[in-house]
Ligand binder design. Sequence first.
Ligand code: SF4
Length: 331
Amino acid sequence: MKIQIPYNKIIKDLSEEKDDRLIGLQLPEGLIWRSSEIINKLEDKTDKRFVLSGEPCYGACDIPLDRMKRINVDTIVHIGHSKLLPSNQLNDIKVNYYPIKFSLSNKNLLEDATDKLNGTKIGLVGTIHYIDSLRSIKAFLEKNGFNVVLEEGDYRISELGQILGCNYSAAPEDVEEYLYIGGGRFHPIGLSFSKNKRVVIIDPEKEEVRVTEDYDEFIKKRMLYVEKASNANEVGVILVTKIGQTRYNEALKIKKACREKDIKCTLITLDTISPSKLDRFDLDVFVNTGCPRLTYDDSDRFNQLILTPGEFRVAFLSEDFNDIYFDEIRE
Ligand code: SF4
């Protein structure tokens, strides 16, 4: 499916900019191969010149404010995701967001999903890419006798019912189960883990309906990591400097707890965490205070054990694994 770029909207928004200053452009990984096509078209239709951020983009948590500021860019066109950063973090840079959105075209998936729902009070959620379908899905379900709840999230969430891999604040609590619209396996596992409820998934990319199935395996794997990590007497605590992933207070709390428990602790700042970067340290256990998706979803790529802050507490501060919570960025 070819992704449509909202050229007209971008051009209209930029026409409000007074002069011909350099505009920053940030694209998701899947669109980098089309960067010259996109820049040529935008430069043809406007009096602006563009500079592309060539670093990989992890999401709207990863806007290159400092790098762009250094080259005198004060407007960034971000294609792919919706607004996440509060304006007081933008450092006087204007960010125009153009999320990529698709519609749910296969209506049979909706019929299949209603057959798989066990409850009658349903929380409806989705990724930003399918968010525009949620209202019509709600209407369909209500016509079929379900009570459907669509809720607003916290400051990181820009649309009703939207969830992120690091934030499930728009998933209502007072429901029996969830219907999730979106691709991938991570978001529904995170949702199920964070709310301890069953999730029925409509995956428009694979054109299938399924139920969170690998949740138990996921928990077992995390418990194993925690158990192994608890034998270490030294940890590295990673404080990620990506603007929407920095959890300064969380990292410092862990550092303080280590000092109190006599655990050696190296506090490390990194912008992007990668296996080759962590291999440079003589450490077997890291605590990642940045994107939880990396900790949970990419752990097999690393030679070290990577824990969430909550898992660190279970491994080293004798908290009970039953108290473990899904790591979300909410501060
Ligand atoms: Fe960023 Fe990770 Fe959250 Fe996605 S899940 S918005 S990459 S911190």
